[in-house]
Design a protein around this ligand. Structure first.
Ligand SMILES: [Zn+2]
Length: 262
């Protein structure tokens, strides 16, 4: 099992500069290959890192903001044999698949029709997903973000538990929701609070990690203020919580084969 970061950048300013890439991350395992939040560059970085697009089993889009959904339709085309046959699994937030109150949606109905299975992730639900090679289980976790149907998740695959907060503000109970993770990926946009709501700063991550106690906390989805200080912030989180924490780098790979943490 490995987790490959095809991007560790977030935020509207980094997004257009691509100081850190915004391709999301991919879980590769014997049971399933899953691409999570394929933002702009997911396709190109997958090709660059020799991630086989045609053995992708599932795409998960936690919400329809462009830095999370932009390349999802391209990956759906890869899962469906370049649109020639139905294939793959698509899991998305309600707004991503069904649309918001204005009718905007993240993945077109045309592309939704190309997959074999599609599911809307609803907070609190736990779902077993069968792939061609095996299965994984996913539990959808509440977020507080301006895409109201956005979810975080805990995912069980080959005996490993991977948590991902997606984009969210801190709220009471979020730390408890992520207990039991081996890896917990936290979208920590900024070191300190600013006028923009809907995202976490280092202090929020400290609160979550000290309650959730993952074997390894991984920071990602970093904005312009976070990128230059990310390693220091990770060290601060380690010191405050006593849990291992790293700030992911673009193209970094974590996994049971190489990690000292598991
Ligand atoms: Zn967002």
């Amino acid at each position: 099992m490995e987790i490959v970061f095809l991007g560790t950048g977030g935020g509207r300013f980094n997004l257009l500069k691509q100081i850190r890439a915004t391709g999301g991350f991919r879980i590769n395992s014997k049971s399933a290959n899953i691409h999570i939040d394929p933002g702009p560059g997911a396709l190109l970085h997958s090709l660059h890192l020799k991630q086989n697009l045609h053995n992708l089993d599932a795409v998960i889009v936690t919400h329809y903001h462009v830095d999370h959904v932009n390349d999802a339709e391209l990956l759906v085309e890869a899962m469906s044999g370049s649109t020639l046959k139905k294939g793959g699994i698509l899991i998305g937030s309600k707004y991503t698949l069904e649309g918001d109150t204005r009718g905007d949606r993240g993945v077109s109905l045309y592309h939704q029709n190309l997959v074999e299975q599609s599911y809307v992730g609803n907070w609190g639900e736990k779902k077993k997903i069968k792939t061609k090679k095996g299965e994984f289980e996913i539990e959808f976790i509440k977020t507080k973000h301006d895409e109201k149907s956005c979810f975080g998740f805990k995912l069980w695959i080959e005996g490993v538990v991977i948590g991902y907060t997606s984009d969210t503000e801190y709220y009471d109970g979020i730390g408890e929701s992520y207990r039991g993770c081996d890896y917990l990926i936290l979208n920590c946009l900024k070191p300190v609070y600013d006028q923009y709501k809907g995202h976490m700063a280092t202090a929020d991550v400290i609160k979550i990690v000290s309650i959730a106690k993952p074997k390894l906390a991984i920071l990602s989805h970093m904005g312009m203020k976070m990128i230059p200080v990310a390693d220091n912030e990770a060290k601060k989180i380690e010191e405050e919580t006593g849990m291992a924490c790293v700030a992911a780098k673009d193209e970094q790979v974590f996994g049971t084969a190489s990690d000292k943490f598991l």
